[in-house]
Ligand binder design. Structure first.
Ligand code: SF4
Length: 378
């Protein structure tokens, strides 16, 4: 049994229709409950909930303060390689794009780590394209321990791996893995993932199961907003979270909500537009709805979003943020903008973002202390 079995029981069109059929009364009922169900979540992300945004925001902020206090974790992505053996329509690293390719050597990695440490970060997210032969386990076996020496919390966003490989990486210092399904609509998924291992929808869908079985501490899920109708995809993310929490209670979970950004060769920059455009207000609605559904889940916001938007939504439910991100290999020690995966929107330095966070009354957590409390380091 894995999530793909549960996914078979969920019908995309039925779910979309039931979200759009939710009424003001359904929203009021959901807001009045101390604990919300997935049906309540449908009401909270529906168009009927849009007039209730202020009330949703107040409740979401209160729930977040109760569980997480006035803190926000800071992390930074480290792009190790832009080699990729997949063709995704929305990504600058797609194998079909003619860009310079680079994979960091251990010496390059040391220089990047030094540059990142100088900015005070202690929590790092390793990112690669998906190239199983050139940037696979052999590479990770060397890179992960070398990087873990510098950081107390190490997450990865790389190609889906086998359960035994995740268990091995955990032994080398891996704490968390982010694996986004992009879209839970199989037909749309096939339209955007044209070549390579990523065409295997089900293998990706069951990756969080393999991670949890390997005992990885934190698992990040999400969809790429814009590939298909955002409300329906977000409901699938919520269902996936619900399944994971019920099945693997030992792991922690986080959700991200990236919106399509311009990239080299990507459809968001060229003639094709996202199928589903999400406004800033709707993203606020979604963030609040995730928090109202689940007071425990971590909600992460990247530099894809603008400084003004990030500062505004921080109090509503966000628990971790990236800052000063460079989305190209070698981007911290060198300046190589032509290699980037997508353009970031928040280009402030780490200290500038930290200042803004402090000005809003929050404490920046550079080190993920919860990791120590969870039993791996004590
Ligand atoms: S989204 Fe990931 S798998 Fe797809 S082209 Fe970009 S790096 Fe490769």
């Amino acid at each position: 049994m894995a999530f793909s079995d549960h996914w078979q029981t969920l019908d995309w069109d039925d779910i979309r229709l039931s979200i759009y059929a939710k009424t003001e009364a359904d929203v009021r009922r959901a807001l009045a409950k101390p604990k919300r169900s997935l049906e309540d979540f449908k009401a909270l992300i529906s168009p009927a909930a849009e007039p209730f945004l202020e009330e949703m925001a107040q409740q979401a902020a209160a729930l977040t303060r109760r569980r997480f206090g006035y803190t926000v974790n800071f992390y930074v992505p480290l792009y190790l390689s832009n080699l990729c053996a997949n063709a995704c329509t929305y990504c600058g690293f797609s194998m079909e794009n003619r860009i310079k390719r680079r994979t960091l050597s251990l010496d390059d990695i040391e220089r990047e780590c030094d540059a990142i440490k100088a900015m005070s970060f202690d929590s790092i997210l390793l990112v690669t394209g998906e190239h199983q032969t050139k940037v696979g386990m052999e590479y990770f076996r060397r890179a992960v321990p070398a990087i873990k020496r510098h950081f107390s919390y190490l997450a990865m966003e790389v190609q889906p791996l086998a359960q035994a490989e995740y268990a091995e990486l955990k032994g080398l210092g891996l704490d968390a893995v982010m694996v986004y399904q992009e879209t839970y609509n199989r037909r749309t998924y096939a339209e955007h993932h044209l070549r390579g291992n990523k065409t295997d929808f089900s293998y990706r869908l069951d990756t969080p199961d393999r991670l949890a079985r390997a005992g990885v501490d934190k698992i990040g899920i999400g969809s790429l907003i814009g590939l298909d109708e955002w409300r329906t995809d977000s409901f699938f993310v919520a269902s996936h979270l619900d399944y994971l929490e019920r099945t693997y209670w030992r792991s922690r979970y986080s959700i991200s909500f990236p919106r399509l950004r311009p990239c080299e060769g990507g459809r968001s920059q060229n003639q094709l537009q996202p199928k589903s455009v999400m406004t800033d207000r709707q993203l606020v609605q979604l963030i609040c709805a995730y928090r109202l559904l689940n007071p425990e889940v971590e909600l992460s916001l990247s530099t894809r979003e603008s400084p003004a938007f990030r500062d505004k939504v921080l109090p509503l439910g966000i628990t971790s943020m990236s800052a000063a991100s460079k989305t190209q290999p070698g981007g911290y020690a060198d300046e190589v903008p032509e290699l980037e995966q997508f353009s970031v929107s928040d280009e402030r330095s780490a200290s500038e973002v930290a200042q803004a966070v402090k000005a809003a009354g929050f404490e920046v957590v550079w080190k993920d202390w919860e990791q120590g409390y969870s039993g791996h380091q004590v």
